[in-house]
Design a protein around this ligand. Sequence first.
Ligand code: DX5
Ligand code: ZN
Length: 232
Amino acid sequence: MNDSRAPLDGRPCVVPSILSADFGCLRDQVAAVERGGAAMIHVDIMDGHFVPNLSMGVPIVRALSRICRIPMDIHLMIADPIRYVGAFIAAGAKLVSFHLEAAARPLEVIGAIQEAGAGAGVAIKPKTPLAALDGVLARADFILLMSVEPGFGGQKFIPATLEKVDELGKTLRARDRIIPIEVDGGVGEENAAGLVAAGASLMVAGSAIFDGIDPEASTRRLHTLIGAGARG
Ligand code: DX5
Ligand code: ZN
């Protein structure tokens, strides 16, 4: 079961991306990052259309919901996301983000996610400008800034993301809209504290956590680093 509250209170936290986990022993991998202090499990859904890769779908999310004690954060990298949000939330998603670039009517997608009882996130690719988010900032529960091109784990962090995080934080504060900023792609021990200092709080990390031999220790190290980089 994963009925704990999703961490949307702005406290920095580690959100391991299951994409890089060993799928032969998912239960152990999830338990390890939970012991290490993970706040949520990030699940990447890819359709081979919006992104040039396939990953997993609703049955895996349903299975994960029986394994996870912490909430699931579902990242939809799919075309026409409104068709599928209900199924993912019924399968146990507590947060669902979708790509602005993939949604003709993003406010309707946000509404569908929220009405189904989950937190709604709007994700943008690295080359999509922050101005594109203008119409959704008042309604989204969080914003996901991709710090690599979506589609694959293990890519190199795009440094310009730091500035984007800072700028988005300023825009949100200017509008009195305090919602978390999630950063996804190439996040690891070398950049996590800097991202938190810039204003990000939900730190997705896949390969940095699961590519090593000890996901529990990697999660704990990131957790400590993120605490150290937090704004007072
Ligand atoms: C990429 C995914 C990420 C990915 C992150 O499209 O959205 O969540 O799993 O993996 P790392 O941390 O290895 O870049
Ligand atoms: Zn992701």
